[in-house]
Design a protein around this ligand. Structure first.
Ligand SMILES: Cc1cc2nc3c(=O)[nH]c(=O)nc-3n(C[C@H](O)[C@H](O)[C@H](O)COP(=O)(O)OP(=O)(O)OC[C@H]3O[C@@H](n4cnc5c(N)ncnc54)[C@H](O)[C@@H]3O)c2cc1C
Length: 458
């Protein structure tokens, strides 16, 4: 056990907690039995949630990253993975065998436990739903030290409370995940279209085309919101020239498959000066990015990893924001409430808060998990410096707009929502709490997020 300072991906001062690295379930069960029942516990994976979901000030944090054993079952099209297995590890193992994870988020550096506990979504939510929908079964170690196996057939209610349950029902120890066949490799065929306002972005995200859809928006440009929408799908296999054996020249050999993950190309140093990221710099970068995109293009071939995880090429990129860090505000509003997002962006423009990254996506129907974030509609994610004057009031105004529209904020990204807003945005909260309180009556699982939002009452 060691004492460490922990914070979310958004940075900031963080909190101090004791951290224990877990090797296996036997160690975990012994630790639970030996720990003072009043000590508050929470799991942590790769710490890629942006706020305070994976930390507890003064508590005991269980680091699951060493529990990363995997076993592919090609006959059933599933993989059984330890909770600490990361998605880049899994993609690297599965792709050569002709399989793909059905859901990946915008970074490859997340664990299976974190993916389930936040019920993460990918760019293809409209087509395949969220990560939890592909979990056939999982192992849960409860606060009482009981080892459960949950599936749709046996323990569906607790399974649903654990999917999106932010680690507050117990420790996810392993999961069996249904896979997608990827027989032709994992290259993507990408359609690109530039848009000059928000309505055009909605329309382009709704247009026919591939299932992986996303709009990057430039909110610092002149006039209205503009952006670039991509719709991608697995590319048909393109056979290379025949392999003429070991004596063939390099050029005549069949090209190898494009990597399904991405390698980091650079790292932001720890001495990066505060305030170096400025609206003028990002404005210029955005203008270049917008004009570099084709007005309209079809069938551009891109590697899966490069398309899905563009931010992973720059290690420690949150350091660009300086020591105060940044906040990501990600919300969803139902279809028909597009005007709410328009209002939200108008409020942002009228404020002095700069938004350095903005992403819009469409979501398909919601899942059966009561705390799961996605709902049929539109999700908008905005990255803003935490130190920006007026940010607190602006985000409170966003909350009101989103809640009035029947939408909600994504807890995996959240660092500031309060209990009243949480209850307004997650109407199935009482149902989730009832299941949680039954499985952990002494409330041993507590994170800073759970305390702040009242997810777990005192
Ligand atoms: C660049 C970037 C892009 C992203 N893009 C997306 C996106 O497109 N879609 C999306 O949905 N999310 C996205 N995210 C958020 C990320 O996918 C989630 O926050 C994910 O949960 C992080 O996994 P982790 O292993 O880092 O978990 P952590 O951040 O360490 O923990 C997250 C939560 O999971 C719980 N947890 C972790 N392990 C376990 C376990 N074994 N048992 C029980 N509970 C556990 C923790 O207690 C905590 O509540 C993005 C994050 C980044 C940094």
């Amino acid at each position: 056990m060691s004492s460490a300072r922990l914070h979310g991906w958004g940075g900031g001062p963080g909190v101090r907690a004791d951290v224990v690295a877990i090797d296996d379930e036997a160690q975990l069960a012994a630790l639970l039995a030996d720990t003072d029942p009043d000590r508050e516990l929470i799991c942590r994976g790769m710490g890629r949630s942006y706020g305070d979901a994976a930390q507890r000030d003064g508590g005991l944090v269980l680091d699951l990253r060493r529990c990363r054993r995997t076993a592919l079952d090609p006959a059933r099209g599933t993989v059984r993975a330890g909770a600490g297995a990361t998605l880049d590890q899994l993609l690297g193992e599965l792709a050569p065998a002709g399989w793909l994870l059905p859901v990946v988020p915008g970074t490859q550096h997340v664990t299976v436990g974190g993916a389930i506990a936040c019920d993460i979504h990918g760019k293809n939510h409209g087509a395949v739903g969220s990560f939890g929908s592909h979990v056939r079964a999982l192992g849960l170690l409860t606060a009482a030290g009981e080892s459960l196996e949950l599936s749709r057939e046996d323990g569906a209610e607790l399974l649903d409370a654990t999917i999106g349950g932010l680690g507050l029902t117990g420790v996810i120890t392993w999961a069996e995940i249904a896979l997608m066949p990827a027989p032709s490799g994992v290259e993507l065929s990408v359609d690109v279209v530039r848009v000059h306002d928000l309505d055009a972005a909605f329309a382009a995200l709704d247009a026919p085309g591939g299932p992986y859809r996303v709009a990057w928006l430039d909110l610092l440009g002149p006039g209205l919101t503009r952006g670039v929408v991509t719709r991608a799908e697995p590319a048909p296999h393109e056979p290379g020239p025949p392999d003429r054996g070991p004596r063939a020249t390099r050029r005549s050999r069949r090209p190898g498959p494009r990597p399904v993950t991405v390698a980091a190309k650079a790292r932001v140093p720890s001495w990066w000066p505060a305030g170096a990221l400025r609206p003028a710099t990002v404005r210029a970068h955005n203008a270049l990015r917008f004009h570099a995109a084709p007005r309209r293009a079809r069938g551009r071939r891109e590697g899966f990893g490069a398309h899905m995880f563009p931010l992973d090429v720059l290690r420690e990129w949150p350091r660009l924001y300086g020591p105060a860090g940044f906040v990501q505000y990600q919300c969803v509003v139902p279809r028909g409430a597009e005007r709410a997002l328009q209002r939200l962006l108008e409020r942002l423009r009228a404020s002095s808060v700069p938004c350095y990254l903005a992403v819009l996506k469409d979501f398909g129907p919601e899942s059966s998990a009561p705390l799961s974030f996605p709902m049929q509609g539109w999700t908008l994610a905005l990255d803003m410096p935490r130190a920006a004057p007026g940010l607190t009031a602006l985000l409170a105004a966003f909350d009101t707009i989103v809640a009035e529209a029947g939408g909600r904020v994504y807890l995996a990204k959240d660092a500031r929502l309060d209990a009243t807003m949480l209850a307004a945005m997650y109407p199935r909260l009482p149902e989730w709490r009832a299941v949680r309180d039954r499985i952990d009556p002494e409330r041993r699982w507590v994170s800073d997020l759970a305390r702040r939002t009242g997810l777990v009452a005192r």
